[in-house]
Design a protein around this ligand. Structure first.
Ligand code: C2O
Ligand code: CU
Ligand code: CU
Length: 517
């Protein structure tokens, strides 16, 4: 695969011009293709209508000085009030939708730069997917209309403008989108106070208490990590809970940090859900690896704990080399680059949530032995076409399938029939000098299944926590690893994205269109 001159020039421009310091993407880049959907359609009768705005604001994230943030706020225009609950701290409101609902969302961009919202994990028409070519200018409005087709699950939303996703998310723009359905309701899982959500993010603060962002090439190559762990937009999170069972929905909303989650008291992690909703049956692990963009649902049963018992949700230490970020030379990222003082590298141990069992509570909730039987649409398809997608690094740029992002282009092997099934094989090939990193690869549209993994180092500490038992939209591909996923593409024709969910990699062009015809 060789790059055309035009592509090389584009790469030079997009990848080396210091995006972090540039405020605004020229409008010509954004409006050259496609037409933003600004008008509501008369034929669409929504069950739920929401208004969502992105605007600058100020939030006290840490004691002392307020932090300037960009945040989503919103209101319910039509439908149940429960469709939107305000987010904690800088986070956007939590949207609660039900499968089958027709939803209209009016998005107002009150930032000083273009933006567009993407509903991560949702299978929606292209016009509602938040592709960067749909980005709208500061001060304008975009109207999303879609029917909720997804299974019950923990999804989320975040901006997706060209080359500005990383900085916009870092400033605070993200929120949860929770879908419910009949099948899930029939299970009677813990709900209300017994259903907990945690958006896990890391941030870096400057001396003024303001969010820092990737200041140099290295922080973009490696993905931007912060030294302060936030849960639902707050540091030092403490929960006081009762002696009962909880359902815990976790989102890794970090730009680049991978967590290896454990309970500090040795309680096994009981996984009941993944990106695309509940598993067929619970899976028990000592640790759970959660990469950027991914969600996991846990069952936490505190019913036999004494009042006063304490435990923590921690991210335990893992060797930085297992993420491909060996700084020590002799391979990996050993390019003589130093980390900023006070930084917390990938793989550092952190406490995320402190839990105290504070009161006796009665509950009859039992962990069901089977959760939701998957419909038979999920079976490995023996003769599905296989497409190899090497993940490579050359000249300081990450590539997918040998190519870099082009707003307008989908290659022939990136053109697929609506509703057809293929196997995509993400091969973490790296580049010269062993330049490799773990990449969480995300596909828009449909949830997929992982068929197999091979080639990772047998001692990679992140492997232990990987759970492939459910529907996923984001899959972590470890250094040297090949991960095969089977995906049945959306029925909605149009241009969708697949990309690395390390947002700095995405912004640097580790992203491609695929076209559903
Ligand atoms: Cu969560 Cu295309 O992204
Ligand atoms: Cu997405
Ligand atoms: Cu990546």
């Amino acid at each position: 695969m060789s790059l055309s001159r035009r592509e090389l020039i584009a790469l030079g421009l997009t990848s080396f011009a210091g995006v972090a310091t540039r405020g605004v993407v020229p409008a010509t880049d954004l409006l050259a293709w496609g037409e933003p959907q600004r008008r509501r359609s008369d034929s669409f009768e929504p069950d739920v209508e929401l208004s969502l705005r992105a605007a600058p604001g100020e939030v006290t994230v840490r004691e002392g000085r307020p932090t300037r943030v960009w945040r989503f706020t919103g209101s319910v225009v039509k439908g149940p009030a429960s469709a939107m609950t305000p987010g904690d701290s800088y986070l956007g409101p939590t949207l609660r939708l039900a499968r089958g609902q027709k939803v209209r969302i009016r998005f107002h961009n009150e930032l000083a730069e273009p933006s567009i919202v993407h509903w991560h994990g949702m299978d929606v028409p292209e016009a509602a997917d938040g592709h960067p070519h749909r980005a709208i200018a500061a001060g304008s409005e975009y109207i999303y209309e879609f029917t909720v087709e997804n299974r019950a699950g923990t999804y989320w939303y975040h901006p997706h403008p060209h080359e500005r996703t990383g900085p916009q998310v870092n400033m605070g723009l993200a929120g949860l989108l929770i879908v419910s359905d009949e099948q899930e309701r029939a299970l009677g899982l813990p709900s209300g106070d017994a259903e907990l959500t945690a958006v896990i993010q890391d941030r870096s603060f400057d001396a003024d208490g303001q969010f820092r962002y990737a200041a140099n090439m290295m922080e973009r190559e490696m993905g931007f990590t912060g030294e302060v762990m936030l849960v639902n937009g707050k540091p030092d999170t403490q929960w006081s809970l009762g002696t009962r069972a909880y359902r815990l929905r976790l989102l890794n909303g970090s730009n680049a940090r991978i967590y290896k989650l454990v309970w500090s008291d040795g309680t096994p992690m009981t996984v009941i859900g993944s990106d695309g909703g509940l598993l067929e049956r619970p899976v028990e692990r000592r640790a759970v690896t959660l990469a950027p963009g991914q969600r996991v649902e846990l069952w936490l049963d505190l019913s036999s704990r004494p009042v006063g018992h304490k435990l923590e949700l921690r991210s335990e230490a893992w060797p930085i080399a297992d993420g491909g970020l060996d700084m020590g030379g002799g391979g990996g990222m050993g390019m003589g680059m130093r980390m900023r003082e006070g930084a917390s590298p990938q793989g550092a141990a952190h406490t995320l949530i402190g839990i105290t069992v504070a009161r006796r509570e009665r509950s009859s909730a039992r962990l069901p032995r089977t959760l939701v039987p998957f419909d038979r649409s999920w079976q490995p398809v023996a003769n599905a076409p296989v497409r190899r997608v090497p993940l490579t690094f050359r000249r300081m740029v990450w590539f997918m399938g040998g190519r870099s992002f082009d707003m307008h282009e989908a290659a022939e092997d990136e053109t697929v029939q609506a509703g057809s099934t293929q196997v995509w094989e993400f091969e973490n090939a790296g580049g010269p000098m062993g330049m490799q990193m773990a990449h969480p690869i995300h596909m828009h549209g449909r949830q997929f299944r992982v068929l197999s993994r091979s080639g990772a180092s047998p001692t990679n500490a992140l492997s232990e926590g990987i759970v492939d038992a459910g529907w996923m939209d984001t899959v972590l591909v470890l250094p040297s690893e090949t991960v095969r996923v089977q995906v049945t593409f959306t029925q909605h024709p149009g241009t969708y994205l697949y990309h690395c969910h390390i947002l700095e990699h995405e912004d640097m062009g580790m992203m491609r269109n695929f076209k559903v015809v």
